[in-house]
Structures are given as structure tokens and as C-alpha cells.
Design a protein around this ligand. Sequence first.
Ligand code: ZN
Length: 253
Amino acid sequence: MEVISIPCLRDNYAWLLVVHDGCVVVDPSEAGPVEAAIAAARVPLRAILATHHHPDHVGGIEALVEAHGVPVYGHVHDEDRIPRLSRPLSHGDRFDLHGGLAFEALHVPGHTLGAVTYVGHGWAFTGDTLFTAGCGRLFEGTAAQMHASLNGVLGALPDETWIACGHEYTASNLRFAAHVEPDQPAILARIAHVAALRQEGKPSVPARLGEERATNPFLRVDVPAVRAHFGLGAGPTGAEVFAALRAEKDSFQ
Ligand SMILES: [Zn+2]
């Protein structure tokens, strides 16, 4: 499976997953750039996967369904919120697409209540749930839900998993990571690496889950240095540390 990031809108990414006789798009926020990527791939579109209902992830669905007549996958909770949703999914549902593409839907509430991460072929398409070096805001769910989604559900995936998220936010997320853990070598190294990529006009996404575990504060709630940032020791739960991180990040400039 070849995976192509498609820049959309200001800082969104749609993802095109290509096999020899078809392709699938994740989170088409607008149709134009996705149509161009499909044409360049020279294979037919087989399905659309939506990670959640926000307009900057589903804005291109209507036009793509009109043009290609493909099914739309999303969480059952979002049946009335994702345009043209025709394949409602629940946690743990597995589905096979054309050409050997197979995915599992993991329900990861927090950013929204119907958020889904699609896992397959060594990749996880996380939308606005797990960002590279950060995580999405809590628009609908609680900190405890998001903590369980990130560190429970997605926490079970192996280090080698490629994380493909919905936005180019890595650099600003790393500024917060360095604020929480100053002088942490892996974070400093990643800041330099991402700056070099961006200078060359390259995306900073995807990244391996193992790198996230070493640098993403929201996956490091049990690390003593992260707890010490809030004056906390080993006592508070991971969900409580997560809530403190999310609250501080919400107003971090
Ligand atoms: Zn969103």
C-alpha cells in the first residue's frame, strides 16, 4: 500500500491509500486536491473513510460521492453528521476494501464523540485525535475519554505504527512539548528535524508511534518530568495529568 499525503485547505491533510487496482481517501476536506491525487494515481477511487464529522475533514465528500459513487465509512454516532455516510461502524469493526485493503475501526472519543481511528497495513489514520507531538482539543468528550482513547486504545498499537493525522501542527505542538519537558533530548532533536523538513517544504507527518511515545506529552502522562511540570508526583491518575496537560495547551501561545 502506498500512502500519499494531500495538503488541503490551510493546514489539513487528506490521505490517499493506493494499491495496484484502486485507492481509498481518508478525510477529504475538499474535493479538488483529492481529485488531482486520484488522477495522478491512475486507479479508481473505491471508498471514503471519515475520521470524524468536522467540516475540515468531510467537506469534499459530497462531490467525491457524486463523481465516483463510492461508499462512505464513519462511526455510527455520526450517521447524521457525516455527509453520505453509508457504512456506519462500531469499535472493533473490520472491513475489507478492494485490492487487499483491510482496516479496523477503533472508536476514540474525545475530540468528538464519534471519532474513529482507522488501523491497517502498519498505519493508523488518527484524524484530530492523536496529532504528531500533540492531540486534538476536547470539543465533545472529556479528558478521561481522550486519555483512554490515546493511552488505552491507541496505546495498544506497536511502536512501528505510522501515525497519519489530519493537520500540520507538529512544530507548534513541539513548542508545547519543550515547555513541559525543557531540555529533553528526543524533543529537542525532533524540533530540529521538523524545522529542517518544513524548511524544505516537506510535511512533518507521518511519524512512528514510538517517536510519539518519546516526544508527545499527551502520551507521557506517567513520566516523572511531565508530572513534575505540574508539581505532581506518582499519586494522581494518568487521566488527571492528561487533563492538566490539555488545559494548559488550550491557552498555550
Ligand atoms: Zn476536528
